[in-house]
Ligand binder design. Structure first.
Ligand code: C5P
Length: 239
């Protein structure tokens, strides 16, 4: 397998086409960004940790029958994924209030949210990823009704799996962001990445953040925190 042309150069990842039209090559970068790219730092080892955590979780979801784009790991920072047509929505699921939700509604930090809250954001750097509701997404042609429904269902299934997986490790899954795409045969799959860059994780005992909030809030070095998440995932094998 050879990488060919650059498909996408993002803040945390770079994607390449390959000599197989159905396969993409994803390299995880050491760059950490916050505030929509306004805060940007190189953190040695972050790309490898995010690749490892993403590979592990994607492989588990595939095995649990929840379809993802993940194919296999190539090296420390590189994985191969199935090529899909991306849906330009970020699907956020929240189990506890934090981040933009906590700010918007001025509610207590980590107040439990029952049922879990689903939000969509339209993927647009130029517009700063604005909130978008189901009808807005359908009316603007970003997804049809059936796709919105399928994303809700798959997001709930991924949430149920990850919530339970992290709970076994003494970690609360506060919220996370998912992105979806369709394979050439139309199958909806979970794409992008699954790492502490895209989810909030809180240690149940200490209350400490085990995710990118450590970087966002300048709470200390990031890689030992991500390494701890990986170690805990590896120490307890999924059922
Ligand atoms: O900032 P907010 O509270 O809306 O973020 C909700 C969740 O989505 C967090 O876990 C955050 O890390 C993730 N997120 C993301 N990419 C974005 C925005 C949010 O991964 N562009």
């Amino acid at each position: 397998m050879e990488k060919t042309t650059v498909l996408y150069a993002g803040k945390a990842k770079q994607m390449f086409n390959t000599d197989d039209p159905d396969v993409l090559w994803v390299e995880y970068k050491d760059q950490a960004t916050a505030l929509n790219g306004k805060k940007k730092v190189q953190i040695a080892g972050k790309g490898e940790l995010n690749r490892k955590i993403s590979s592990l979780l994607f492989a588990e979801l595939n095995a649990a029958g929840l379809p993802t784009h993940y194919l296999k790991t190539l090296d420390a920072t590189t994985m191969l994924v199935k090529k899909c047509t991306m849906i330009p929505l970020e699907a956020v699921v929240r189990n506890f209030a934090s981040g933009s939700f906590e700010r918007k509604f001025q509610v207590a930090h980590l107040r439990p949210l029952v049922p879990a809250v689903h939000e969509f954001f339209y993927k647009s750097d130029a517009l700063d990823d604005p909130f978008i509701n189901d009808e807005q997404a359908i009316a603007l042609g970003y997804a049809d009704q059936a796709t919105i429904q399928a994303i809700h269902t798959l997001s709930d299934q991924v949430n149920a799996y990850l919530k339970e997986r992290f709970a076994q490790l003494g970690i609360d899954l506060v919220d996370f962001k998912l992105e979806f795409g369709r394979l050439s045969d139309g199958t909806l799959v979970l794409a992008d990445e699954l790492s502490p860059d895209n989810m909030r994780l809180v240690d149940q005992e200490s209350g400490n953040s085990l995710d990118k909030d450590v970087f966002r809030k300048d709470q200390g070095p990031l890689t030992p925190v991500y390494a701890q998440v990986l170690e805990r995932l590896q120490s307890v094998v999924s059922r």
